[in-house]
Design a binder for this molecule. Structure first.
Ligand code: HSE
Length: 439
């Protein structure tokens, strides 16, 4: 059988999973590719580091030149995280005539135009299914299966680490730090987990999906984002009482030829599919004008789900499918759709708000008065007599949390109202405001 020689650059969690699939299931890969994907080299930074996989003699190397200078190697899974040296190595591999498969969404979100231009000018391709939502084949679906549609909106849970942490806190009452450590041990988190929990990772993925779906070039840093490290665990309990779960939701909506993009912790109604996404799972609802809405659900992080997407891309590249799609899509080319980002102040949502207020006459009236003057209508209010929930929030003896659910309101008005409420002498400590997803 014909052989396509391949290499892996970066043998971390995902690289090791890719090597396992290529070596332990070569027959399966050969059946799908009609050729053997032969692992010629696996490049690591440190040869002495203990590994969980035994590679055939001569495969492991700490010299990326062993790949660059070997013209027999055609396809390279470039799995180094971060921006440098990942960018420089990717450019060198392209210049050496290799087709690239990558899981590095930060690299694409930051240097997509440069890398894709370089690949196009050299007649090479870059495949990146694993860069968004791990094992869910969202890139192939949006770029191929939805091509008869104008995508109208995307709504997703795109960061497995955040979802794992939120699920642990919700299901077992784990504290934030313990849940984060567990996510790191299980290989879900980025090398710097700040990117996971502050919403950056989800914003990078959303920028890639928005580019594929709407043709717009949006710098991921311009996407309004809030992470899961902003609210207190007791907000989860209030959300539960109200019939919601808190999820880190990334959304893209086309409104009058402008794109509304947001990443933020959001209350999602229990029973709605997105609310029931647990652990490191990701989910995405895509709405197309012809197809209607489609829901994708699967493991968004972790070794084998991500390796599954990488190896599928390696097969597609080896058989020539990637090349056809890559040339047709003209990703990050000069062909920008001109769809601009919609101003944050124009966003509109229902809101969950929590204030810590003095427990004395007239305070609730002051708060609701400010909301009313900002044209924000209240849907419900919770103020319990001080209990364990209140003491968990650390409120002083004469203070109570007040939780307000609003009807639909403009973001600008909601932000202004919360700022004004915070300035009241009777309101203490930071206030919380989260979007609410109703349907
Ligand atoms: N750290 C990412 C996540 C996995 O937790 O979703 C890779 O994208």
């Amino acid at each position: 059988m014909e052989k396509t020689r391949v290499a892996i650059v970066g043998m971390g969690t995902v690289g090791t999973g890719v090597a396992k699939l290529l070596l332990d299931h070569g027959d399966r890969t050969a059946r799908h590719a009609g050729r053997v994907l032969w692992l010629e080299k696996a490049v690591v930074a440190d040869l002495s580091k203990p590994r969980t996989i035994d590679l055939p003699a001569g495969v492991l190397t700490d010299r990326v030149e062993d790949v660059i200078e070997n013209p027999e190697i055609k396809v390279v899974a470039q799995l180094i995280g971060g921006l440098e040296p990942a960018r420089t190595i990717t450019l060198k591999l392209l210049e050496a005539g290799k087709d690239i498969v990558t899981a590095n969404k930060a690299l694409l979100a930051e240097h997509g135009p440069e890398l894709f231009d370089k690949a196009r000018s050299l007649g090479r391709s870059i495949a990146f299914e694993a860069a968004v939502a791990g094992g869910i084949p969202i890139i192939a679906n949006i770029s191929q299966c939805f091509s008869a549609n104008q995508v109208q909106s995307l709504l997703g849970i795109l960061n497995g680490t955040s979802n794992f942490i939120l699920s642990q806190m919700d299901e077992s009452g784990a504290d934030y730090e313990t849940a984060l450590q567990k996510a790191q041990q299980l290989g879900y988190a980025e090398a710097d987990p700040t990117m996971d929990v502050d919403g950056s990772d989800a914003a990078q993925k959303l920028a890639i999906l928005a580019h594929l779906s709407f043709g717009s070039w949006i710098n991921w840093r311009e996407i309004p984002k809030v992470g899961i490290n902003t609210f207190h665990a007791t907000d989860m309990q209030y959300a539960k009482q109200l019939g919601y779960r808190i999820k880190l939701v990334a959304s893209a909506t086309l409104i009058n030829d402008q794109l509304e993009l947001v990443v933020a912790p959001t209350l999602v109604k229990k029973g709605r599919p997105l609310a029931e996404v647990r652990g490191a799972y990701n989910a995405i609802t895509v709405v197309g004008d012809a197809v209607g809405d489609i829901f994708f659900h699967g493991q968004g992080a972790g070794q084998m789900p991500t390796a599954s997407a990488v190896v599928a891309d390696m097969i597609d590249t080896a058989v020539g499918r990637t090349d056809i799609t890559f040339r047709r899509l003209e990703l990050w080319s000069q062909r920008d759709s001109g769809i601009a980002l919609r101003a944050t102040s124009l966003l509109s949502s229902r809101y969950y708000m929590r204030f810590c207020a003095s427990d004395k006459p007239g305070v609730l009236a002051e708060i609701t008065g400010i909301l009313g003057r900002n044209q924000i209508s209240i849907a419900s209010v919770i103020q319990h007599e001080p209990t364990t929930v209140e003491s968990a929030l650390g409120t002083a003896a004469n203070q109570v949390p007040i939780v307000i659910m609003t009807h639909q309101a403009p973001e600008g008005a909601a932000q202004k109202a919360v700022e004004q409420i915070q300035q009241l002498e009777t309101v203490h400590g930071p206030s919380i405001r989260m979007r609410v997803l109703e349907k």
